[in-house]
Write a protein that binds this ligand. Structure first.
Ligand code: NAP
Length: 230
């Protein structure tokens, strides 16, 4: 039985990854905050996997991350998907300290703590998937907090990839351009949602990278929309 932990699986890209990776020999540990949305993900994947465990914790707080880790327990996992993320989009002069710290907490500190906890016990041939963004490589006006967090996660990911290489653990970084999820609902402005990538296409890229032979690392995947990125 393989145990997969996916953060932010209550909606969007995380849910699409859960749906894609569900399999008869798979226990899915699905994290989110919204228990109603998490239950909907469970409903979608449950018929196709061995077991589903729901983990509802706020990753903006260290205590939330610790509680998640405690709930997962000592049984090792075979895959960690660091997907949960927040986007604060506004001129940098208007970003509050709380918004900055929440961005750091969810987008940087939580993946750091989860990776630190689970990577040492991942078996050889297993993987860590980090959902980054094209905003991990370029700055965008009004996206300074978000870009800061994704640049930071990029540096962390690249470094731990080298630390884990000898143990045959693959660190797979995914860089989606704008993807049609609810993250855009709370971002001010008119966004061409119909031009955006589907979360299912991100999930397919993750599944493809994971399906490579264990000694092959498909390390970085950038997905953009041919209909035009933002
Ligand atoms: P989404 O639909 O808004 O989903 C975000 C997920 O993160 C939800 O499951 C949410 O849980 C969870 N989350 C947010 N804040 C949290 C917190 N404080 N504690 C615990 N969980 C929290 O967004 P998405 O587009 O799928 O984003 C998923 C990842 O893809 C993020 O890392 C994002 O940066 C990245 N990404 C997205 C795009 C895009 O255009 N959509 C592009 C590039 C990269 P609840 O809803 O249950 O609270």
């Amino acid at each position: 039985m393989r145990r997969y932990l996916i953060t932010g699986a209550s909606r969007g890209i995380g849910r699409a990854i859960a749906e894609k990776l569900a399999g008869e020999d798979t226990v899915l540990l699905l994290h989110g905050r919204d228990t109603v949305a998490l239950a909907q993900t469970r409903k979608a994947v449950e018929p196709r996997c061995a077991r589903v465990i729901l983990l509802a914790h706020d990753l903006a707080k260290h205590s939330g991350v610790s509680d998640l880790i405690a709930e997962v327990g000592n049984e090792p996992i075979d895959l960690l998907v660091n997907n949960a993320g927040v986007a604060v989009v506004k001129p940098f002069t208007e970003i509050t300290t709380i918004e900055w710290e929440q961005t750091v907490g969810v987008n940087i500190t939580a993946p750091f703590l989860l990776t630190q906890r689970f990577a040492p016990r991942l078996p050889p041939g297993s993987s860590i998937v980090n959902i980054l963004s094209v905003a991990a490589k370029s700055g965008f006006a009004n996206w300074s907090a978000y870009c800061m967090s994704k640049f930071a996660l990029e540096g962390f990911s690249q470094s731990i990839r080298e630390e884990l290489r000898d143990r045959k653990i693959r660190v797979i970084n995914i860089y989606p351009a704008a993807t049609d999820t609810e993250i855009w609902d709370s971002i001010q402005g008119k966004w061409p949602r119909q031009k955006m990538i589907s979360p299912k296409d991100i999930a397919s890229a993750v599944a493809y990278a994971l399906s490579r032979p264990a000694d092959v690392a498909l390390e970085n995947i950038t997905l953009s929309s041919l209909a035009g990125n933002l």
